[in-house]
Ligand binder design. Structure first.
Ligand SMILES: Cc1cc2nc3c(=O)[nH]c(=O)nc-3n(C[C@H](O)[C@H](O)[C@H](O)COP(=O)(O)OP(=O)(O)OC[C@H]3O[C@@H](n4cnc5c(N)ncnc54)[C@H](O)[C@@H]3O)c2cc1C
Length: 376
């Protein structure tokens, strides 16, 4: 009989884990409440190589996470699910001094030796910039990074869950809770009120992992951070092949298909799990965007997306076997780079379920540093 796997959470981690588990022949049930999901709110940039962050373990995860997209897209395509949720469109870094751009340029070249995906790296001048992004205004110099990509989190997870269904998996809307039976095994209380047993349980609950594990006597070092972005509807559908723009300051600009341009994203630590759109935050983001792309002033707002990112106290993601629970695996704390690392982490969780050697060293992302048992 097929082994039964429950996946709790249908964001990028859970959806990828579900897809690869179902593809490997397991009987997969995905449970997702959907409330506040970071992935569905995120239309994001995959360009991790330029960061000044010195944490080598984090850099390895995001760098290999960016490269993993090639495998993910090829696997989905070979399973008959083509999607334009992901595109390697390049990235332009703007609004910085020549010295700063030169520093980032040199760092990118150095890192390219280990990460050839970075691709073409060049400092461009006014007319060259206009050629690759015609509506950009007042930009004299920019750094171009050919390997930069964009991904629509919502569309990608929809495709992954569709692929999971094709391999026989089932997707359930609603919130589940966990309990530990007298024999020490885990039960999942599913949204239809049934108490179910599984051969393995994957907890991909993002910022809600503390809430899920608290009834079992665990504390989890994860907090929520509110993120908002604005989707503008332009009449210019030719921009979808243009690079994503990473100007100085908080915002990024991402042209997508059908004339949509995303302006994102806020990082609101003091608002935690709040999901209300807040114009006092998004209006200044739009003002910054208009300075680079004045045509956007005419574009109506098509959507405001709000989601909750998960952060640990030292900003490091973690994944692995939940201490004290057999055949229960979890990941969280992906922060603002979770679209980059999430698919790889989802895949790594599948490796754990299959008892395979992990592609990345688990001790570099130690789950027991963040999940502590307070009672038995
Ligand atoms: C506005 C915004 C912009 C972003 N931009 C970028 C970017 O440019 N680049 C980048 O790399 N990353 C970006 N991120 C970060 C990235 O989106 C997240 O780190 C990543 O999506 C987290 O994925 P996850 O699967 O861990 O969690 P989530 O996507 O939050 O999924 C967790 C799911 O579990 C469900 N759940 C929780 N508890 C239960 C339960 N008890 N029962 C059932 N379901 C449950 C939740 O409802 C949710 O649907 C951005 C995030 C936001 C919000």
């Amino acid at each position: 009989m097929k082994k039964k796997i429950a996946v709790i959470g249908g964001g990028i981690v859970g959806a990828t884990a579900s897809y690869y588990s179902a593809k490997a022949g397991y009987s997969v049930s995905v449970f997702d409440s959907g409330t506040g999901q970071a992935t569905a709110a995120a239309a994001g940039i995959i360009c991790p190589w330029l960061s000044r962050r010195r944490n080598k373990k984090w850099y390895r995860l995001v760098s290999e996470g960016a490269a993993f997209y090639d495998k993910l897209m090829a696997d989905l395509a070979s399973d008959g699910l083509e999607t334009d949720a992901y595109a390697r469109c390049g990235a332009l870094i703007l609004g910085q001094s020549v010295e700063y751009l030169q520093e980032v340029h040199d760092r990118a070249l150095e890192r390219r030796e280990q990460a050839p995906l970075i691709g073409n790296v060049a400092i461009l001048k006014g007319t060259e910039i206009k050629k690759i992004f015609p509506p950009l205004s007042n930009v004299e110099q920019a750094l171009y990074v050919g390997g930069g990509a964009r991904v629509d989190g919502r569309e990608l997870t929809n495709t992954l869950l569709q692929a999971t269904s094709r391999f026989g998996g089932s997707i359930h809307k609603g919130t589940v809770s966990l309990s530990k039976d007298n024999d020490g095994t885990l039960s999942v209380l599913t949204p239809d009120g049934r108490q179910q047993k599984f051969d393995a349980v994957i907890l991909a609950a993002g910022a809600w992992l503390p809430e899920l594990l608290q009834p079992l006597g665990y504390t989890v070092d994860v907090r929520g951070q509110k993120g908002q972005l604005v989707v503008l509807q332009t009449e210019n559908s030719a921009l979808q092949d243009c690079p994503v723009i990473m100007p100085q300051g908080e915002i990024d600009l991402l042209p997508f298909g059908q004339g949509k341009t995303v302006v994102g994203a806020s990082h609101e630590n003091d608002k935690g799990y709040d999901l209300q759109p807040d114009a006092s935050i998004t209006d200044p983001m739009l003002e910054q965007a208009y300075a680079w792309l004045p045509d956007l002033k005419e574009a109506p707002v098509a959507d405001i997306r709000v989601g909750t990112r998960a952060y640990t106290s030292d900003f490091s993601p973690f994944f692995g076997s939940v201490p004290g629970l057999d055949n229960c695996f979890a990941a969280s704390g992906l922060g603002s780079s979770g679209l980059t690392s999430g698919p790889l982490i989802g895949y790594l969780l599948t490796e754990l379920v299959r008892e395979q050697q992990s592609t990345l060293p688990l001790e570099d992302y130690p789950i027991d540093a963040y999940i502590k048992q307070t009672t038995c």
